[in-house]
Write a protein that binds this ligand. Structure first.
Ligand SMILES: Cc1cc2nc3c(=O)[nH]c(=O)nc-3n(C[C@H](O)[C@H](O)[C@H](O)COP(=O)(O)OP(=O)(O)OC[C@H]3O[C@@H](n4cnc5c(N)ncnc54)[C@H](O)[C@@H]3O)c2cc1C
Length: 493
């Protein structure tokens, strides 16, 4: 495999990837120029217009079209896929967002098969490698952790490795265990709609354990996250882990990159998905919805399916306006943030210092992970992955400043990385206007308040998206929600 030079990378990135926080449009979609698209279809009245070409919007579009509806999809970015985003221009084509497909992802697997795509088991040279830890300024290898003075747990729990604390300890005695996947929305669970740290303290966990659990929480911090959010997360993961593909594996990826799935879904539709169509407003007169885009074009449909992430909806005008509890949900629900700094590994720094390659830390850069290879010939690459409150600081930095910061912090905790890494790209789902963040999360009190009130249709506008899923989470949650919105139109409108 010939590694592209840094200059080749920068020229590819300048062509689209880094500038817009998006993939190279030529390589991932049959996009036309913005100019030629501006007035396409503006005179027609569609049965349904779908906003957003992520998995949920595309699932809604396919389901409706299969049932005889004339549909059009409008997408704000210059690429298909939303939070499914394979970095096609980066060596090894790493997944920068939706990555692992669980054996229970029935709708997603069905769509993959229907569209003639294939799944595969990635080479496990990243996730199966052990971690080394950097905690309170000390480097600790996994074997030493059980007896280490910094280990805050007691008895058999001392064997638990720090990167497992959040999932294992949150899931212990999970009140959702053995209940259906929608049980998190029931009244019985409202007693757990409290800050997760409070829930854990009541379970007897000490402050240092809770601090370490907070390192990789996918939200706005453990004290700002409802315990139900975490209990649901691990309940669904438990459900996933009970299933297996016929080869015994629990998780797979799409061969060639997960982005191929939304691209194929878009290609299967009668009408080409229109890109660069940022929707800024909806006017619904009761019979028809008029959709306004940032490029001044307008589209009309009898019904709309809107998959825009809920916090992005704060910037969209609805006529008539959304009021009451649904408006409060739009104004208050947030997404967990993350930042990924991708590097090519020019020299195996772990061979230089003799430590395990992957690092889990309580430092400002949280995790250094050597990427799982898709293929044995892929070059070695790694990612610094920061999420939760620690990623907020990167909102105040340019991409170059993020790289400078990450390299400086890495040099402090892992001097062997100096001079061994080549900068590739910074990726973050909230670093452009169409992305709210990684995954929606529920703050204390929000499940009780909004859990059953945020997916109601508003006039002729139906909502979907991972944030509205009832049973599943992540990519399968997106499929579930798109199917629900489509079926609502098919059966109730
Ligand atoms: C880092 C990361 C890792 C993940 N890992 C996994 C995993 O391993 N397994 C898993 O199952 N899930 C994972 N997920 C979650 C999963 O990717 C998402 O839940 C899912 O893809 C969301 O799909 P969606 O259709 O609901 O939203 P999106 O994909 O966000 O789709 C919404 C679309 O609307 C568009 N849009 C936004 N505003 C406008 C506007 N005003 N006008 C027009 N269009 C607009 C956006 O550009 C986007 O294309 C991960 C996510 C991230 C970020």
């Amino acid at each position: 495999m010939i590694k592209p030079t840094r200059r080749q990378f920068l020229s590819t990135l300048a062509a689209g990837t880094l500038v817009a926080g998006c993939g190279n449009p030529e390589s991932i979609n049959k996009s036309k120029s913005l100019v030629s698209n501006i007035h396409q279809h503006t005179d027609k009245i569609f049965d349904v217009i779908i906003i957003g070409a992520g998995l949920s919007g595309l699932m809604a579009a396919m389901t409706l079209e299969e049932n005889g509806y004339k549909v059009l999809v409008l997408e704000g970015r210059n690429r298909i896929g939303g939070r499914v985003y394979t970095l096609m221009d980066v060596p090894g084509k790493p997944e920068a967002a939706g990555e692992y497909i669980g054996a229970n992802y029935a709708r997603m697997i069905n769509t993959i098969k229907k569209l003639g795509l294939d799944m595969y088991n990635p080479e496990s040279n990243g996730i199966d490698r052990p971690w080394m830890y950097h905690i309170n300024g000390q480097n600790i290898d996994a074997k030493s952790w059980e007896s280490h003075a910094l280990n805050p747990l007691e008895g058999e729990d001392r064997q638990l490795l720090p990167h497992r604390y959040l999932s294992r300890l949150s899931n212990r005695d999970n009140p959702l265990a053995d209940k259906p996947l929608n049980a998190w929305l029931t009244k019985e669970m409202h007693q757990y709609d409290i800050p997760h740290d409070q829930y854990l303290r009541a379970k007897g966990l000490n402050e240092e354990t809770i601090r370490l659990m907070n390192v990789v929480i996918h939200s706005g911090g453990i004290e700002n996250t409802s315990a139900i959010n975490e209990l649901r997360r691990y309940h669904v993961m438990d459900w996933n882990s009970k299933m297996a593909f016929p080869d015994g594996k629990s998780w797979k990826m799409v061969r060639g990159g997960n982005s191929l799935l939304p691209i194929k879904m878009a290609e299967s539709l009668d009408n080409e998905v229109l890109l660069n169509k940022t929707v800024v407003g909806f006017s619904d007169n009761g019979n028809q919805v008029d959709i306004q885009c940032a490029d001044t074009s307008r589209y009309k449909a009898k019904q709309v399916v809107c998959s825009i992430p809920i916090s992005v909806l704060r910037n969209v005008i609805f006529e008539p306006s959304i009021k009451g509890i649904q408006k409060e949900a739009i104004d208050q629900i947030d997404y967990g943030l993350s930042m990924q700094a991708h590097f090519l590994v020019k020299e195996a720094f772990w061979e230089k210092d003799g430590n395990d390659p992957n690092m889990w830390t309580d430092s400002p850069i949280e995790r250094l992970g050597v990427r799982t290879k898709k293929h044995k010939d892929d070059p070695e690459s790694c990612v610094v992955f920061v999420n939760g409150p620690e990623s907020l600081k990167f909102r105040l930095m340019s991409d170059e400043q993020v790289f400078d910061y990450v390299e400086a912090e890495l040099a402090k905790i892992r001097p062997s990385t100096k001079g061994t890494l080549e900068r590739l790209m910074i990726q973050s789902c909230e670093r452009d206007i169409h992305g709210a963040g990684d995954w929606v999360y529920w703050q204390p009190g929000q499940v009780k308040k909004f859990g059953n009130n945020m997916r109601h249709k508003h006039g002729n506008i139906h909502f979907c998206g991972e944030h509205t899923a009832i049973m599943e989470r992540g990519m399968e949650g997106a499929f579930e929600s798109g199917e629900r919105a489509a079926l609502d139109i098919i059966f109730n409108s």
